[in-house]
Design a protein around this ligand. Structure first.
Ligand code: NAG
Ligand code: NAG
Ligand code: NAG
Ligand code: NAG
Ligand code: NAG
Length: 446
């Protein structure tokens, strides 16, 4: 490019000068990074895309840095970013076979050869291969595992702090144009936060030396919610340290992958919890206990998902729960179904509470504790506000996972994935504590 038509001598002098200048710059940057303490936590603002109901965030990646919008995929093994259509970066590196991140991927493939005259992002020999999927299509591809420079915001849990570059870069698989179908407008990939050594939380914990934990607080409004990588505190206005409200339940490993495509014997990167029963308005719903367990084929159980906008239940569970709910809301007038929901009601006369419309609470029993779903998380307002629907959908009789706790049920709840103690922290509705996930103070502290 710099080749231009100018005589060769000045041009190479110029490039020498540029090399010298960039060396000087990178040294002062390195000096800067060394003199400052490592961040204890990293912050990502997350916003719901109203057209697709996807939760999206933007990271700054590559050299030179460009903003890259990604859809959050809580249960995916690693992030993926489209490498087609103009991926330009001088710091792109394939993860070579036998290298650290290839080992951390555990299940990988090193057989790939790219038959192109010159290497480019997504096309290098001797690299560690991974599957990457888009569960909205749903489709999976095999892509090159890579690293590239990234700059993210640090945080003290109260405000955004200084921008920091991730030592060693962030890890992702290289995606392709067709894999971006049905993603939110301008999204270039998906941000995998799942249970694996190469997911973003694991890589950031590795890079910065903070505990492998992250808190996710999805906003129900158009304002930003947050994901904070690293341990608490997590402050939401007005001055609430919301990690104080966390209660914990063990994270269960599903030994069989639940991804669109995976390697043989690869475990699931989804976060499963042990729901042992469901109550509606305090009364136990009769469920087939076998479906609540994960069987030898990896079927059954309960997981969390940011890809499903609403909670999905296997048919028999769906029928039992909705029947119990209907029996308790005789005071509401039923109206016609509104896709994708079956049970909708006229909102006239419904009381309102701090935690949303006054409807029976749905409790997910987790051994000694329970995750309570109040009106704000169970009901979805549709149309002009005169109608609301029970925000649970039927997953069919052949659902792979029996209960998938979806986005609407996660909103304005803080959940913390704690891989140090292999447990999930949850708060139930933060509205109960008079705050919301939109209440993080995004003003950069002086
Ligand atoms: C990869 O190796 C093959 C076989 O040695 C070679 O033909 C090809 O050009 C190489 N590809 C790249 C991108 O280096
Ligand atoms: C789930 O909870 C049930 C009831 O407490 C218990 O018997 C079972 O072992 C738990 N399952 C796992 C995988 O921890
Ligand atoms: C696991 O559950 C699925 C769906 O319920 C069933 O089709 C499959 O046969 C079960 N596998 C085992 C090993 O029990
Ligand atoms: C809801 O009920 C009110 C009062 O009975 C009625 O005026 C309104 O048209 C109803 N709306 C719908 C969507 O059924
Ligand atoms: C948000 O944080 C800034 C910087 O610390 C502070 O000056 C401001 O008062 C905070 N806003 C609120 C509403 O607390």
């Amino acid at each position: 490019m710099a080749a231009a038509s100018s005589p060769s001598t000045p041009s190479s002098l110029l490039s020498l000068l540029i090399v010298f200048l960039s060396l000087a710059r990178s040294q002062s940057l390195a000096g800067d990074l060394h003199s400052r303490p490592k961040p204890k936590a990293i912050l990502l603002p997350v916003r719901k895309d109203s057209a697709t109901l996807q939760y999206t965030t933007t990271i700054r990646q590559r050299t030179p840095l460009v903003p890259v919008k990604l859809t959050v995929d809580l249960g995916a093994k690693s992030p993926w970013v489209n490498c087609e259509g103009g991926y330009v970066s001088s710091t792109y590196k394939p993860v070579l076979c036998g290298s650290k991140f290839c080992e951390l991927a555990v299940f990988n493939s090193c057989s790939s050869t790219c038959y192109q005259p010159r290497p480019e992002p997504g096309c290098n020999n001797n690299t560690c291969g991974q599957f990457e999927s888009n569960s909205f299509i749903p489709t999976a591809y095999y892509g090159e595992l890579s690293t590239d420079a990234a700059v993210l915001r640090s945080t003290d849990g109260k405000n955004p702090g200084r921008a920091v570059s991730v030592p060693g870069g962030i890890v992702f698989t290289c995606g392709f144009d067709p894999l971006t179908q049905q993603l939110a407008k301008n999204a270039k990939g998906m941000l995998g936060l799942g249970r694996s050594g190469i997911s973003l939380p694991s890589v950031l914990s590795y890079a910065f030396g903070f505990p492998n934990k992250f808190g996710m607080c999805l906003s129900s409004s158009r304002s930003h919610g947050v994901i904070i990588f690293g341990d608490g505190p997590y402050f939401l206005q007005p001055g609430k340290e919301v990690s104080d409200y966390l209660i914990y339940t063990p994270l269960i490993l599903n030994p069989v992958s639940t991804a669109v495509l995976s390697f043989l014997d690869e475990p699931s990167s989804d976060y499963f919890i042990n729901v042992t029963g469901i109550k509606v308005n305090g009364q136990a719903v009769r469920l087939n206990p076998t479906l609540l367990k994960i069987n030898n084929s990896g079927n059954g159980g309960t997981k969390l998902s940011t890809v499903n906008p609403y909670t999905v239940m296997e048919t028999s569970i769906y029928k039992a729960v909705t029947k119990a709910f209907l029996a308790q809301v005789k005071y509401l007038k039923r109206v016609g179904s509104v896709q994708p929901f079956e049970y909708c009601f006229n909102t006239t006369g419904v009381g309102s509470t701090r935690v949303g419309p006054a409807v029976p609470q749905i409790e997910l029993l987790l051994g000694k504790s329970s995750w309570i779903i109040f009106g704000a998380n169970s009901m979805v307002y549709v149309g002009n506000g005169e109608t609301f629907c029970l925000g649970i959908v039927d997953g069919g009789t052949d659902a792979k996972t029996s209960i998938v706790i979806g986005g609407h049920q996660l909103e304005d709840n803080l959940v913390q994935v704690d891989m140090v103690n292999k447990r999930l922290g949850f708060t139930s509705s933060l509205l109960f504590y008079q705050t919301t996930c939109a209440n993080f103070n995004f003003t950069v502290a002086a």
